[in-house]
Design a protein around this ligand. Sequence first.
Ligand code: G6P
Length: 586
Amino acid sequence: MCSIIGYLGLSQAAPIIVKGLKRMEYRGYDSVGVATFSNNQILVRKGVGKVIEVNKTVRLDELSGTVGIGHTRWATHGMVTDTNAHPHPSSSGEIAIVHNGIIENHEELKRELQQKGYTFKSQTDSEVIANLLQHHYDKTRDVKQSMIHTVADLKGDYAFVAVFEDGTLSAARLHEPLIIGIGKQGYFISSDVLGFVEHTDEVIYLDNREFVIINTVGIQIFDFDANPVQHQITKVSKEFADVYKGEYAHFTLKEISEQPTTIVNAGNNTKLELDLATDFIRHAKTLYITGSGTSYNAALVAKFLFSKYAKIKIEPIISSEAHFSPDIFEQQSILIALSQSGESADVLEAVNIAKKSGAKIISIVNIMTSSLAHLSSISIGLGCGPEIGVAATKSFTAQLAILYKIVDKICQGALGLDLAKVSEAVKKSLSDDSKIQEVAKKLKDVSDIYVLGRGIHYPIASESSLKLKELTYIHAEGLPGGELKHGPLALMDSNTYVIMLNPNDSTYSDTLTSAREIKARGAKVIGISDKPSDVYDHWIEIPQMSESMYPLVEIIPIQLLAYYAAVEKDTDPDYPRNLAKSVTVK
Ligand code: G6P
């Protein structure tokens, strides 16, 4: 969840690290810090806030030295305070670390280290790594030996980078991402390629249970049993260099606006895998689909598409719930795992449970080098480019587009898939958003929004409420239209807004009836439809489509509505409070 980065090279480390952290802020952004090695000592600066803010006050980027480490935090252990921000120095200050993940046995290790005289300042689990390394370093004065003993003592999932008093960098990985960048001017070690992509596209993906030692002589990689490991250098896709927001005010708006293209391109980078996966799915004995957050909402759309058009039953499982129903996966089943990042801990756990039961994993994922892609038999790439905005937008519609393609192949065209037409419709919805901006102003002071949809529109109602929550901090709830009268109607009054997903299809008249019931209770009704009605206080028009295609189109005005309402409320749409894009802890 946090992002970590290290640099050792010919240039001043701090500005490079600060820039890298800015790029990786999507992983967590409650506090930030940098440590460098300079004049035989380790210097640390850190503070609460986002990279730009903290840098303004404590000038992280002015730290001297050509070796350094950096971190942006998403708090798990300990409040958001300057002291709990990383890097954490060891009690003697000879070593400093940055950490991503959770150290499960930190309390026990801390007690043991305190008994040996090491002192702690923070409430974090991470600080234990600094003192544990220091303890082993005190005994051996050897970086490699200290790393071997430290990783043997640690329990949990982690990636950390340490800088030592002799200017060596060392980093270890267990179930959290860590990538080495090999540049002409130096080495990088980071949670994400985005941390250093403007400097080099040559990378080494460390495997789990491996650590690296980087010094002026070069790099050496070992497994946790101290055996040397050789790795191929891989070139990362140039698309990752496209991480600027250009003319757009926010990444979120840029990513929403890219959808006419990303929907059409989804899966095109892995056409063979898509065909193969379709074949497996067609012959699967039992089929499951899992994801978290937005990806789970895509799974709900899949359930509808598979049963209605492919005549195949598929069971959606919320990834974080898989652990509590361990016998769920039958032998010879297939689990489709949806994840933009491919690093969500909940998704990886569901996948591991399924694998233990003998299931095959097909992943639909944006980051093809992610842990999820590694765990899968087949991976289909979203191919939508980096998504920086924390709230998923273009990755959602790319997930849908791939699921549509699979279903369309299975039902031999009965779905009527026409992504070119969808793309045109999305373009049209994006081209005039003045009405949406007007409605967004009305939502500014609203405390509750309900989103109603029936049939295939219910998962989109659910995704709509998630977008509104994430971006506007307004309480929002997605409901199947028919459930209104079974309870939620009691909540309707003149302070409530209800968004009706009401395209002119088989759900239309029932949803319109619900709209009238709501209106009769004084609530305001926003209709998302290709057909106007007097019942709507605000009508947001969408283009006419065939019934199965509406989900890809009707989500667009909601994404824009949530975005513009966030702007109205002066919240940061790219980095909503308390959230992180890639949730790598349980
Ligand atoms: C986090 C993000 C959500 C996202 C979810 C799943 O909670 O804040 O926006 O939908 O993770 O992410 P994934 O990368 O697995 O699709």
